[in-house]
Structures are given as C-alpha cells and as structure tokens.
Design a protein around this ligand. Structure first.
Ligand SMILES: Nc1ncnc2c1ncn2[C@@H]1O[C@H](COP(=O)(O)OP(=O)(O)OP(=O)(O)O)[C@@H](O)[C@H]1O
Length: 574
C-alpha cells in the first residue's frame, strides 16, 4: 500500500532530488503503513516546483563559485547602520545645501524596497538565515540498522550543529522529572532549532560542544551556550516518540492584551509573544496544555513565540472576572442608571472571551455584510448612519421598524414604520423574530431580523444602529455583520465637540436642547459598560470626536468590508 504513494511522478526532478526520491521509494516498501502521511509529505516536497527551483539556484551558485567567476564575500555585515548614518548626513546636508544628486540619493535610500534589500543582505552576511546542517548523513544506508528494521533497544545518538547568530536557537531545555536528565522542553516553530529539523521535544541532551552535561542544571547548559562562539554542536539521544511537528493552521483573534514581560508565570520570558486585543494570531502549536506557540498574522518574523493557552487564560480571567463584575454591579447601583436591561447584561459576559477562532471571509459581489453601529445613546450613531445613506441612498438602506401604534394621517405602511397589531407583534417577539424591541408610551417598537435579511438579499448594504443587547441576535453566520463600536472621546472632548456643533440631546423627546452635564457623564459610563460586556464582538472601534474625521473613518471601514477579505469567526466560513 505504501508503494502506491510513489506511482504518480509529476515532473523531471533535479538529479540530487531524484536520488532522494528513488531512495525514499525503495525505503517506503519496508516501512509500516502508519508512516504514509510522512511519506506523502516527503514525496510532495521532493516533487515540488519550489524545492526544485531552489536546488537549481543553489547548484548554479555552486558552479559559478567553482569556476571562480563569482565568489560572494560580504564587505560588511551591518549595511543598515551605514544606511542610517548616510541618511543622517544627507538630512543635515539638505538643510544647508541641496544638490539634486543628494536629494535623489536621500529618496532612494528611504524606499522600503531598498531598505528591505539591505536588511536581507545583512541577514545573509551575518549568516542569520539557517542553521548549518552536518554534512554526514545521520543514517548511513550501509548501516544494518537502516534497512527499515530498526532495533528499538539500540540507542541512537544524533549530532546536530547549529551556527550561533544574532537569532536565538529557538529551543528550551528542562530537567526531566522522572530521569533527572536534561531534555529539550520546547522547540519554537520557525526558529533555528526547528528549521534544522533535527531537534525535537523530549530529545535528551548529552553533550554541548564536547562538554558532558550529565548531572548539570539547565542554567549550566545555558552558560555553556552563552560562552560559545560560532558553531554549536549538540549530542542528543532522540526522543522515543516524536511529537507532530507540522504547523497547525489555526488563526485566532485575541480578546485580551498580553505583555510577556510582566507575566510571572511564562516559562521563558525571551520566548514570549506580546499582542493586543483584536490582533489575529497564527497558532502553530498547541501541544502544551498551558503555553501555545504563535506568530502574529502578517508578521514576517518566522519564529513563533509563547502565549498563554486558552485554558490558562480562562483560568486567569475567571479569577479576575468575579471582582470586576462585583465592581460593575456596585457602580451600577451607585449611579442608578435606571437601565432596565442591566440585570440580564451580566448574563452576557458568561462566555469567557480569550481567543476566538477566525478565518478570512472574502467579499462576494452583490452580497453585502450588514454594518452594525453600536455605542452609548447620544454618541452619534444615527448621525453617521444618516450621512452614509446620504452618500448613496440606492446603495445603503436601514430597515423600517415595526410598531403597534396606530397609523397617523399621511403615514404610509412600510415607509416610516410597518404597522401591526400589538397581539401580532407580541407573538413575533415571543418567536424571536425581532433583533430588538422596546415599549414607548404604551406602544411597541422593534426591528425584525427578516427586514435585515430582505435588505441584504435585495443587494443593498444594510446599516443598523441597534441597542447593544441586539448584538447576540445579530452576530450569526447567516447575517455575518461587521460591528463598529462608536466610542465617545474623553469627557472634556465630548463636551467641547458637542457644544461647538450645537448637538441636540437624544434624551429629550423633541431634540430641542443640548446635552446636559449629567447626560455627557452618562454617555461615558454607558460606554465603559458596553466595552466591558461586548468588546469581544467589535470588529472595529471609531472614536467620535471630530465628526468629519469619524465619518471618514466610517466610510473607509464600509469600503474595506466591501472590498477586502476580513477575519470573521471561523464557523461563518465553513
Ligand atoms: N462628533 C460629533 N461632534 C458634534 N456633534 C455630534 C457628533 N456626533 C454626533 N453629534 C450630534 O449629537 C447629536 C446626537 O447624535 P445622534 O442622534 O446621532 O446620536 P445617537 O447615537 O444616534 O443617539 P440615540 O441612540 O440616543 O438615538 C446630534 O445632534 C448629532 O448631530
């Protein structure tokens, strides 16, 4: 069954890769079927265009070097420093004398591509690109132990050489509790040790640079490493069972800030990866119960860092949460916000927001995600919504609300409101057909989820500004809303901007006066509460200080949703 894996040769291989391919093919016949996955991986790798192209380039460079036509020796390895010095000189010179040449040079040196080139040059010159692999094969085909019938009792030793550079080795060690030996505790994905492909979790460290480490502490080994220059040679006894070293593809959005430098529990501070709320992280390894390995999405650094696992973070949050909720409740009582929904709000925070698995959702022509504006009453959501609809009323639409009040003369059903009986509306509310509803002067008002769906299905961009409690009803895989939180600026800036703009209080039924001091303060308090309860639902935050600036940001966000692939909960794209 194993041999079938090699039946479909796809391309002409480079001779060296071809040899490997044939060896692998032969070896496959003797290996157990459980290794199929690895064999398929190796088979695909050896036949991949990329690897063949790379080997081809490598061979060409070697040939050129052999013929002494080209022998690349870096003149310096810190060209980025020189660049900084030159830019500094040019800047000084520009103030007094501006020759066209110096101006051109100044512009050239500032170009990101040019700086990227120098950066890559330095990495190569410092040999900061990959670990040096030993030239001798660790498994000699002539060796009896390599005929596929490996004797499990035979202790294999592997010798791994890594070139010490500016980059950390990307592995941690610990004393094995059971044996007292020093073992590899963690291998950071993408780090030098990982890229060597020869160091694995659980490998026992026997020697470092010829020094026997038996009976030594991890810190002793660390100082041997710190005092070594150039090539570091490890003598290792391979772990019995190799963990799956393939990278996971999981992406998560973080719902908390993480600063490894202030985390007293992280096993290795240097390996920590700091991030902010809403950052998207690529989780490359979840083998450890408490410490995951991750990279920031879009980060060009290939080396993964340690972050707290979901389980660990949930424990930490649970610990903090009770006291926070208590504080909020106390504040609520003190402020007497008269928020009828307050009791049920706390229920919403039941789910602990740590990481949310996300995937990219690509925009589909003609099918627009609803845009939802959340914020404290009076912050300016309707103003932004009105302005957006004014830019193109044929594109942006907001759902017509339902009401149980009687139609007034001149009103048209379906224009300002859909008019329905109170009994009908109560039944529909009961059935969960409304994303939000409320009662005012004895009449019911509400927005139905069907009206949102029909706007979306008709090809419009649906704009909503519901009460924040509607978020749970709205944030579904069917609607896929993009949620923008409109935040008030600081209290002073809020008062200043609203007064200068003659803003009308939305707490006054007739909008006939400005906001009072108390209403401004309520707005800030309310915003803190919404952030506490719902921040993990926000796709974006816009601070509504200067109105035209906030509107520009809002327009940009709407455009992004329409044109760019964006991260959404993974379940929405399955
Ligand atoms: N950045 C701003 N600067 C000055 N005035 C603003 C700003 N944003 C909104 N306003 C004004 O504040 C008032 C209230 O805004 P708006 O009606 O949009 O609030 P809202 O968030 O929809 O409130 P509610 O949810 O209570 O209806 C309006 O007069 C609006 O023009």
């Amino acid at each position: 069954m194993t041999t079938n894996l090699f039946d479909n040769r796809k391309m002409d291989l480079d001779p060296a890769l071809n040899d490997l391919y044939l060896n692998l093919r032969q070896a496959a016949t003797n290996l157990p079927t459980t290794t199929n996955e690895e064999l398929t991986f190796l088979n695909d790798l050896l036949q991949s265009k990329e690897l063949n192209a790379l080997v081809n380039i490598h061979n060409k460079i070697l040939t050129a070097m052999d013929q002494k036509r080209y022998f690349p020796v870096p003149v310096l390895s810190q060209s980025m420093h020189v660049l900084g010095d030159v830019l500094h000189l040019l800047l000084q010179q520009q103030q007094s004398y501006r020759s066209r040449d110096s101006q051109e040079l100044f512009q050239l040196l500032q170009r990101p591509h040019f700086q990227g080139l120098l950066c890559a040059h330095d990495a190569v010159a410092q040999k900061d690109y990959y670990p040096h692999l030993p030239e001798v094969s660790l498994f000699d085909p002539a060796d009896e132990n390599c005929d596929g019938d490996i004797d499990a009792s035979e202790q294999t030793i592997k010798i791994v050489q890594l070139v010490k550079s500016n980059e950390p080795l990307g592995a941690t060690i610990k004393t094995d509790e059971a044996t007292g030996k020093i073992v590899i505790a963690r291998v950071m994905h993408g780090g030098a040790a990982d890229r060597s492909g020869l160091i694995h979790v659980g490998d026992e460290v026997v020697e470092v640079n010829g020094i026997n480490v038996e009976g030594k502490e991890p810190n002793d080994v660390l100082s041997i490493l710190q005092n070594s220059e150039g090539t570091i040679t490890f003598k290792l006894i391979p772990a019995e069972s190799k963990m799956n070293v393939r990278e996971s593809k999981v992406r998560v959005r973080a719902h908390f800030d993480y600063d490894s430098t202030t985390d007293p529990y992280i096993p290795c501070k240097e390996a920590g990866l700091d991030f902010r709320k809403r950052d998207v992280l690529h989780i490359v390894c979840q083998d450890d119960q408490y410490w995951w390995q991750a990279r920031k999405e879009g980060d060009r650094n290939m080396r993964a860092g340690l972050i707290p696992s979901r389980a660990l973070q949930e424990k930490r949050i649970l610990h903090e949460r009770d006291s926070l909720v208590q504080q909020q409740l106390q504040q609520q009582q003190e402020n007497d916000l008269e928020d009828a929904d307050a009791d049920t709000d706390d229920f919403d925070r039941d789910s602990i927001a740590t990481y949310e698995e996300v995937a990219k959702l690509y925009p589909r022509p003609g099918l627009h995600r609803p845009i939802v504006l959340i914020g404290p009453p009076g912050v300016g959501r309707n103003e932004l919504k009105r302005r957006l609809i004014d830019t193109d009323p044929h594109k942006f639409k907001t759902p017509t609300p339902y009401t149980s009040r009687a139609m007034k003369p001149g009103e048209v059903d379906g224009k300002e409101y859909y008019f329905v009986s109170r009994t009908q509306m109560e039944m529909d509310i009961e059935k969960g057909k409304f994303i939000e509803y409320g009662e005012y002067k004895g009449n019911l008002y509400g927005t139905s989820s069907d009206s949102v769906k029909s706007i979306v299905n008709a090809g419009y961009v649906c704009i909503l500004s519901p009460h924040y409690q509607a978020l749970k009803m709205l944030r579904t895989p069917q609607l896929k809303p993009y949620i923008i939180y409109i935040s008030p600026p600081s209290l002073d800036a809020l008062k200043q901007s609203r007064t200068a703009h003659h803003a009308r209080s939305t707490f006054d039924v007739n909008n006939s006066r400005g906001f009072t001091e108390e209403e401004f303060e309520d707005m800030i308090r309310h915003s803190q509460r919404i952030e506490f309860l719902y921040e993990h639902f926000f796709d974006e935050i816009i601070v509504n200080d200067d109105l035209s600036r906030a509107f520009t940001k809002f327009l940009q966000a709407v455009n992004r949703v329409e044109t760019e692939p964006l991260w959404v909960p993974a379940s929405w794209v399955q």
